[in-house]
Design a protein around this ligand. Structure first.
Ligand code: ATP
Length: 263
C-alpha cells in the first residue's frame, strides 16, 4: 500500500473563508482555497507568520467555523462544511482542539476532576473510583499529579493547565487532534515531553494531529510533515526534513532565517 492509498483522517479541499463584518461577508479572504490532508498516525505541522490564517484553519478543521467554500471531510466521508451545527456538535468527540490559552478550556469554578472524570465515564472506560483513577493516570502521563484533580483551574500555572487540557483531549481518544500553539507557554523540558506524548499518541493510536506552531524547533521535533502557510494559502508542504533542509518557497526560507540562533 502506498501513501496515496491511505484515507486521510481529515481532508480539507478548497477551504475558503472571510470573516463577516456587520452581518455580511466582506473584505479579504483569510483562507484562500486551502488543501490539506491529515493522515492517520502522523503529525502535520502548520507554520506561517502571525496572522496568516493558521488558527482560522484549525477552527475550520474541528468544525468551529464553517468555510464559505470547500470541503472538510472525515475518514467516513462526512463533510463538516456541509453538516448542520447539530451534526457537527455530535461529531465533536472525534475532533479535539487544544489551544494556547488553557484557561478558556475549563470552567474556572470547578475542580479539574469535574471537567475530566466525566470524559472518562462518557467514553465508557470506567465509572466511580475507577474513572477517577483513569483521569489521574492521564494527568500523570502529562507530568502532573493525581492531586491536581482536586484543584481549581486558577490554582494551576498556565503550563500545568495546558497539560491538563491535553490530558483531557487525549482521554477522548479523538481521530483528529488539533493542537494550536500548545507548547508556547511551556518550558523547554516539559514542552519536549508533551511533544513526544503527542507524537507517540499519533503513532500508537493512529490519530491524526495538526500541530500549529510558530516554533520551528518544536515542529522539527514532532512533525512528520510540514505545511507552510502564507496569507491564507499553503505555499509549500512535504516531509519535515525536506521542507526544513531544502525549502523551496521564499516564505519558508524567511521563516527559517527568522529562527534565532545562539551567539
Ligand atoms: N473572529 C474574527 N473576526 C475577524 N477577523 C478575524 C477573526 N479571527 C481572526 N481574524 C483575522 O484573520 C486573520 C488570520 O488570523 P489567525 O488567528 O487565523 O492567524 P494565525 O496565523 O493563527 O496568527 P497567530 O500566529 O498570530 O496566532 C488575521 O488577520 C486576523 O486578524
Amino acid at each position: 500500500m502506498t501513501r496515496d492509498d491511505i484515507v486521510p483522517a481529515l481532508r480539507m479541499r478548497g477551504v475558503t473563508l472571510s470573516f463577516a463584518a456587520q452581518g455580511r461577508r466582506v473584505g479579504q479572504e483569510v483562507l484562500r482555497g486551502v488543501d490539506l490532508d491529515l493522515p492517520p498516525g502522523e503529525v502535520v505541522g502548520l507554520v506561517g507568520e502571525s496572522g496568516c490564517g493558521k488558527s482560522t484553519l484549525a477552527r475550520v478543521g474541528v468544525g468551529l467555523l464553517r468555510p464559505d467554500a470547500g470541503h472538510v471531510i472525515l475518514r467516513d466521508g462526512t463533510d463538516l462544511a456541509a453538516s448542520s451545527a447539530r451534526a457537527v456538535a455530535r461529531l465533536r468527540p472525534r475532533l479535539q482542539w487544544v489551544v494556547q490559552d488553557p484557561y478558556s478550556a475549563f470552567d474556572p469554578s470547578l475542580p479539574l476532576r469535574r471537567s475530566i472524570v466525566p470524559v472518562v465515564r462518557r467514553q465508557g472506560h470506567a465509572t466511580g473510583d475507577a474513572a477517577r483513577s483513569l483521569a489521574a493516570d492521564a494527568l500523570v502521563a502529562v507530568g502532573l499529579q493525581a492531586s491536581h484533580l482536586d484543584r481549581l483551574p486558577g490554582q494551576l500555572s498556565g503550563g500545568q493547565l495546558q497539560r491538563a487540557a491535553l490530558a483531557r483531549a487525549l482521554l477522548v481518544d479523538p481521530e483528529v487532534l488539533i493542537a494550536d500553539e500548545i507548547v508556547s507557554a511551556l518550558d523547554f523540558r516539559v514542552g519536549e515531553e508533551i511533544l513526544h506524548l503527542v507524537r507517540r499518541g499519533a503513532r500508537e493510536r493512529g490519530r491524526a494531529v495538526l500541530f500549529v506552531s510558530h516554533d520551528l524547533g518544536a515542529v522539527a521535533l514532532v512533525c512528520d510533515r510540514i505545511a507552510v502557510m502564507d496569507e491564507g494559502v499553503i505555499v509549500e508542504s512535504g516531509p519535515t526534513g525536506a521542507v526544513l533542509n531544502h525549502p523551496q518557497h521564499a516564505r519558508t526560507q524567511a521563516l527559517l532565517e527568522a529562527v534565532p540562533t545562539l551567539p
